[in-house]
Design a binder for this molecule. Structure first.
Ligand code: CU
Length: 496
């Protein structure tokens, strides 16, 4: 991978704190002398590598209790008061196979409504399924049942709350976890790791910090960027080993442009889509919600996984020149490769030929316009209430049906962004194939490019095709800058 342009030493609070009222007042956790193990001068960060508990299906079923509740967790040697699934950040990793049934009895231990979404899974959105219209009141429970079809694409997915109006807040508080759908014949690797990347904004006392109105409109970015709830963990490998990293961007708004200096890295999969052949990866970019599977061929030395800043646009005249993602590179983890050389592994065989909708007949074409209203400078009010976030000019209304594909049809959608900020668009249940626009050349050439979050650049457009097959029902599409979604940039989709 290409090296990061430069390296900065980041005090956690100082990085993003400049954009918050709390940060300006010096109240963010980390604005004082850096503490905790490894947090001192030139430290490589606190804590060693770790992953959440893994819960694996047996006999075709994974059955678990999941409670969303306040929790005190240790981060970098200190105590942070967050919200967590089953007391850990991230929550447990759920390991499934195609055809499995996932049953989750979810309990709401928060003081606010919540629910659960299984991001990327091709499962029914009806009833007890992946239903974004469910509300679990405080103290309540809901029994979810997600039935994966036998031909469900293997891959890296994740879960998080999806209750409209509080999604960004609940993710920013610590509520997310990984889902891995196993392959029958995985590529040969020395080991596999799950890397859930998230960000947190904490006060000096370790409490969750409130975002400003401006931060919500830009999409909040916590200054403390974590991998599996740890700051700059260290992990070890031997030369010649091959690792598979399943990386999930669980940040509410932060884009990740990832580079791993000094190592040979190949892109194996994006979102649900295993590439037919892995390709050499320079930097790879993940919008919020995106995943990548990387193959790392370990070479002796010490390397750092760095998230470089991504310019995702700005609102003119409203940010005082500050732009989201402009806080400098962030070191995510350190890989130390030492010791005797591992025996060589077999080559990675080609994956299945991906489906390609480019040659098929399109039943219907639509244009979906993602807009931020009230942009005319003077119209801006201090409370942000003049700013509307819309799809085709309308804010989200759960009772209205916006997009109504017929079951079995292939549709072509032109996703238009008429605003000056990027919007990563996520469609639940049915994956999208990018057929034009979208940039982000990942080296896979003309190969079909599948994703469940597609970034539509500021003032740009992207064309996708979607096959509404396998599953019918009513769900949503929305911007995965989750503050934008909460502010209205979401539409209903009903497939009949
Ligand atoms: Cu957006």
């Amino acid at each position: 991978m290409s090296p990061p342009s430069r390296r900065q030493v980041l005090g956690w609070g100082l990085a993003g704190g400049a954009m918050t009222a709390a940060g300006a007042a010096g109240l963010l956790w980390g604005t004082g002398p850096r503490g905790g193990p490894g947090g001192g001068s030139g430290g490589t960060g606190g804590g060693d590598w770790g992953e959440p508990e893994v819960l694996t299906s047996a006999g075709g079923v994974l059955d678990l209790d999941l409670e969303a509740a306040p929790a005190a967790v240790g981060i970098d040697g200190r105590t942070a008061h967050v919200w967590a699934f089953n007391g850990t950040v991230p929550g447990p990793t759920l390991e499934l196979s195609p055809g499995d049934t996932l049953r989750v009895r979810m309990t709401n231990g928060l003081g606010a409504p919540t629910n659960l979404h299984v991001h990327g899974l091709h499962v029914s959105p009806a009833g007890a399924g992946d239903n974004p219209f469910v509300t679990i009141e405080p103290g309540g429970t809901h029994d979810y049942e997600f039935v994966l079809p036998p031909d469900h694409p293997p891959g890296t997915y994740w879960y998080h709350p999806h209750h409209h109006g509080t999604v960004a807040e609940q993710l920013a508080a610590g509520l997310y976890g990984a889902i891995v759908v196993r392959e029958a014949a995985p590529p040969p690797v020395s080991r596999e790791r799950v890397l859930v990347v998230s960000d947190l904004a904490l006060t000096a006392a370790g409490e969750l910090a409130e975002p400003s109105v401006m931060e919500r409109m830009m999409g909040r970015e916590g200054s403390l960027v974590l991998v599996n709830g740890r700051r700059r963990p260290r992990l070890a490998a031997a030369p010649g080993e091959r690792e598979r990293w399943r990386i999930i961007n669980a940040c509410p708004s932060r884009f990740l442009r990832l580079g791993l200096d000094g190592q040979s890295v190949r892109l194996l999969a994006r979102d649900l889509g295993r590439l037919h052949q892995p390709v050499e990866a320079g930097t790879v970019e993940l919008a919020p919600g995106n995943r990548v599977d990387l193959l790392v061929e370990a070479a002796e030395g010490t390397s750092t996984l760095v998230a470089s800043p991504v310019d995702r646009g700005a609102m003119p005249g409203m940010m005082g020149g500050r732009r989201p993602g402009g806080t400098g590179p962030v070191d995510l983890l350190t890989l130390e490769v030492t010791g005797g050389r591992a025996p060589a592994l077999a080559d990675v065989p080609a994956g299945p030929e991906p489906q390609d909708l480019r040659g098929v007949e399109v039943a219907r074409r639509r244009t979906l316009d993602f807009a931020m209203g009230g942009m005319g400078g003077a119209m801006m009010r201090g409370d942000g209430s003049m700013m509307s976030f819309t799809v085709n000019g309308r804010e989200f209304d759960a009772g209205r049906t916006d997009v109504d594909p017929a079951f079995g049809d292939v549709e072509e959608w032109t996703l238009v962004n008429s605003s000056p900020m990027d919007h990563p668009v996520h469609l639940h249940v049915w994956p999208m194939q990018v057929v034009s626009g979208g940039g982000g050349d990942d080296g896979a050439g003309d190969e079909p490019r599948w994703a469940d979050v597609v970034t539509v650049p500021a003032l740009g457009r992207v064309t996708v095709r979607v096959a509404f097959e396998g599953i019918a029902g009513r769900t949503v599409l929305h911007c995965h800058i989750l503050d934008h979604e909460d502010l209205g940039m979401m539409a209903t989709v009903e497939v009949r």
